[in-house]
Design a protein around this ligand. Structure first.
Ligand code: 5GP
Length: 114
């Protein structure tokens, strides 16, 4: 398993503002927030890109979504709404190769995203 910035956040070898944690999922504030709330939700197991998600990951991907739902409700943004985004590879502008869902909330989102 290759080490990434996010595996170092999981093992606490680099710091992050952790806002959500359960057995399988970690959520922490993005260092360069693009909205009043910008949290990165990651599985604790390493999956490099969206392309690498396999049927064996069904459970953890569901857990990722459940964690986001719990957090959105906890901070009172579930009814207002939010955006979740997963970037993949170069055209998607993925920079960290451990899948992560960007959770953006607290302002009106725009479309197209650019
Ligand atoms: P990507 O571009 O791969 O979809 O998203 C990577 C995200 O990680 C970016 O939004 C970037 O701001 C964030 N990021 C990069 N380095 C760090 C860091 O050291 N700590 C935290 N919390 N976020 C980071």
């Amino acid at each position: 398993m290759s080490e990434t910035l996010f595996s170092k956040i999981i093992d606490r070898s680099i710091p992050a503002e952790i806002v959500y944690e359960d057995e399988h999922i970690l959520g922490f504030n993005d260092i360069n927030p693009q909205a009043p709330v910008h949290v990165l939700f990651i599985p604790k197991i390493a999956i490099a890109t969206h392309n690498d998600i396999k049927p064996e990951h069904d459970q953890v991907i569901a857990q990722l979504h459940h964690a986001i739902n719990i957090y959105a409700k906890e901070i009172g943004e579930d009814e207002n709404g939010y955006r979740i985004v997963m970037n993949c590879n170069a055209n998607g502008q993925q920079t960290v190769f451990h899948i992560h869902m960007h959770f953006l909330a607290g302002r009106q989102m725009l479309w197209p995203p650019g």
